[in-house]
Ligand binder design. Structure first.
Ligand code: NDP
Length: 245
């Protein structure tokens, strides 16, 4: 579909070109896509990558101006300088129970995210965009949706002028370390995808596009918090392509 100018009346492609964005989880599947698109489309003045390790981008010119800040997420409150001058944050941090165990999963997917958001808020960040998950619910009996829901709730409670909660379904796309669960789910959903292509899964690159284009848009009814479900991510992804090519 064409971008409807009535849908995005205030759209200005250069609106963020004097601002600074940061990315948490920049080495992950979604995080890498966010960083690449931010740099390719030159959307922000500065892009700050905040993570537990430094990445060697070699001589790739795309990454030559990227700023990397290495932090200890267990003591993130001791790293306020990592968030200095930030305006917009993208958070694609996360692990799995299989990788980190129950406590490790809660530590990364809740504590690291909420504590980082606190430091970002104190540094003046205006808009925090959180990659959460479909089904997130703080009252769930199951660990994964409960922790995701608690993280959403606790980030929202910090009082950012804007929070976007992004709830993808099963992620599609190539990974350095392919995940069996994702592959099985993508295959199992194929028949449903035929009839309802935006219902259950979404490519990682589309999640990244949706998160980025959303930072330009005024939330509906001026609400501080906006939730984008799997179908909305597909929709926003199309808008990104129309706007940025
Ligand atoms: P990845 O697993 O690909 O990347 C996770 C990121 O978090 C990496 O940058 C990784 O850094 C960082 N990280 C993990 N553990 C730690 C740790 N202990 N300390 C510091 N950093 C850590 O994530 P995805 O891109 O697949 O997912 C992003 C978000 O989307 C996650 O919150 C995930 O739960 C959610 N999601 C995933 C779905 C799926 O189908 N997989 C579906 C819906 C939502 P490093 O490279 O250093 O390990």
């Amino acid at each position: 579909p064409e971008v409807d100018p009535m849908e995005f009346p205030d759209f200005d492609k250069t609106a963020l070109s004097t601002k600074t964005a940061f990315v948490l989880g920049h080495t992950g599947g979604i995080g890498q896509q966010i960083v690449r698109l931010l740099l390719e489309k030159r959307i922000f003045k500065n892009v700050v990558l905040i993570g537990r390790r430094e990445v060697d981008f070699g001589s790739d010119p795309l990454y030559k101006d990227v700023i990397q800040r290495v932090v200890d997420f267990d003591k993130i409150e001791e790293h306020p300088q990592a968030f200095e001058g930030v305006d917009v944050g993208f958070c694609a941090l996360g692990t799995t129970r299989a990788k980190a165990g129950k406590e490790g999963f809660i530590k990364v997917d809740h504590d690291y995210i909420v504590n980082s958001a606190k430091v970002a808020k104190a540094a003046g960040c205006q808009h925090f965009s959180l990659i959460s998950s479909t089904g997130a619910n703080p009252n769930s009996w199951f660990l994964y949706p409960r922790v995701k829901g608690e993280t959403e709730r606790d980030v929202e409670a910090l009082g950012f002028p804007r929070v976007t909660i992004i709830r993808p379904g099963v992620l599609e796309g190539e990974r350095a370390e392919p995940r069996l669960v994702e592959r099985v789910a993508v295959c199992a959903f194929k028949p449903i995808k035929y009839f309802r292509p935006t219902a259950l899964s979404v490519p990682m690159v589309t999640v990244a596009k949706a998160a980025i284009v959303d930072t330009f848009l005024k939330p509906e009814d001026g609400k501080a918090t906006e939730i984008l479900d799997n179908a909305a991510l597909h929709h926003r992804g199309v808008h990104f392509d129309k706007i940025f090519g």
